[in-house]
Ligand binder design. Structure first.
Ligand SMILES: C[S@@+](CC[C@H](N)C(=O)[O-])C[C@H]1O[C@@H](n2cnc3c(N)ncnc32)[C@H](O)[C@@H]1O
Ligand code: SF4
Length: 343
């Protein structure tokens, strides 16, 4: 896909939802496939979508461009594992034109790091400045148990390559009771020692899974309290419009984030929507309602129908989610997996 073949956006009406929140951030899942099978994210025998259901890379560019055109300033490419989608760099290359034109502030991705060593240089060349790498443990054997199929050494090489290219790496770690709660301090010292931010995430009740969620759930209030025994945590005003709250750790001088969808409601400042790889737009990670953008996009070459579908979708963005890990029913609040909506 040649970036020059694609029209650059003409600014049009910004997207504001019924609660006055401006939508300026789009997360795009480019595939539901992955080369790992993390225990909290996927079953080992996942059935993936047939390839024909996926938006093509050109269509992904077209939807992203429509959102940029409507005032979206930040795009995050995610999945599944975004770097396993064939020819994914052509999408980054195409989207880079919006950075160059000043229409986009940030193009970024969330990855498991397995393919980063291969792609770090090209990502940097496309204008990517920051990358989130998901890593829950520094113990290679535990890493294998959590990811089932992952190779710890490859992820380390990916992080090295990203840093060597000058990319800012943020580590995301899901806090799992009885799994990595003995590594909280180790992860913190390691990440901050390498100049990387670290964010802990509470496990969310998404998708059916073999392991009961209630057994994995470790409230970050517990993590925070434990860290206070050894560290000084200074609240930071940094807000990304998302569920993360940040502190500065005085001793390590690094930034630490907490993503707490279950114990903290973050919806009032929500500025984001999520697109799946089949062109469904989820206005809230924790609700079932979604708008189909693929059909209107395919109905015509022009973007009028697509623009209209986007506007109608934003007009139904709900006030908030209601995640709950139900101890009696032990059912997920939302049936789809994170790899479908994009983390
Ligand atoms: C779905 S993954 C997609 C991108 C990429 N494959 C990765 O792992 O970074 C995005 C993030 O969602 C997190 N995640 C997946 N399932 C989750 C769950 N049930 N609860 C909380 N976080 C989850 C992962 O740990 C990862 O940080
Ligand atoms: S969390 Fe990311 S790496 Fe792990 S299975 Fe899900 S999509 Fe793959």
């Amino acid at each position: 896909m040649a970036a020059n073949d694609l029209a650059s956006p003409t600014p049009s009406a910004p997207l504001t939802d019924p609660f006055g929140r401006r939508v300026t951030y789009l997360r795009v899942s480019v595939t539901d496939r992955c080369d790992f099978r993390c225990v909290y994210c996927m079953a080992e025998d996942m059935t993936f979508l047939p390839k024909r259901d996926l938006l093509t890379l050109e269509e992904l560019d077209r939807v992203c461009t429509a959102f940029v055109n409507h005032g979206v300033r930040k795009l995050r490419i995610t999945g599944g594992e975004p770097l396993v989608r064939r020819d994914i760099m052509s999408l980054f290359r195409a989207l880079a034109r919006h950075l160059a034109a000043g229409a986009l502030d940030e193009l970024t991705l969330t990855t498991n790091g397995s393919q980063l060593a291969r792609f770090a240089a090209e990502l940097a060349d496309c204008g990517v400045r920051r990358v989130n790498v998901s890593l829950d443990t520094l113990d290679p054997e535990k890493f294998k148990r959590i990811t089932r199929w992952g190779d710890f050494a490859k992820v380390m090489a990916g992080i090295d390559a990203a840093q060597a290219q000058g990319l800012h790496v943020k580590i995301n770690a899901v806090a799992l009771k009885g799994v990595n709660d003995d590594e909280i301090e180790t992860l913190l010292e390691w990440a901050h020692g390498r100049g990387m931010d670290l964010t802990f995430i509470e496990v969310m009740p998404l998708g059916e899974m073999e392991v009961a969620r209630v057994d994995q759930f470790l409230p970050l209030s517990v993590v925070r309290a434990r860290l206070l025994d050894r560290y000084t945590l200074v609240d930071l005003p940094d807000r990304t419009g998302g569920p993360a709250r940040y502190v500065r750790v005085t001793e390590t001088r690094g930034r630490l984030g907490f993503i707490t969808p279950l114990t903290h409601n973050f919806c009032e400042s929500c500025n984001r929507v999520r697109l799946t790889c089949t062109g469904k737009l989820y206005m809230c990670l924790g609700q079932e309602d979604a708008a189909d953008l693929r059909t209107p996009m395919r109905l015509s070459e022009g973007d009028e129908r697509l623009d209209q579908a986007i506007a109608e979708a934003i007009a139904r963005k709900p006030k908030g989610h209601d995640f709950v890990i139900d101890r009696r029913r032990n059912q997920p609040a939302v049936g789809r997996h994170m790899s479908v909506t994009g983390g």
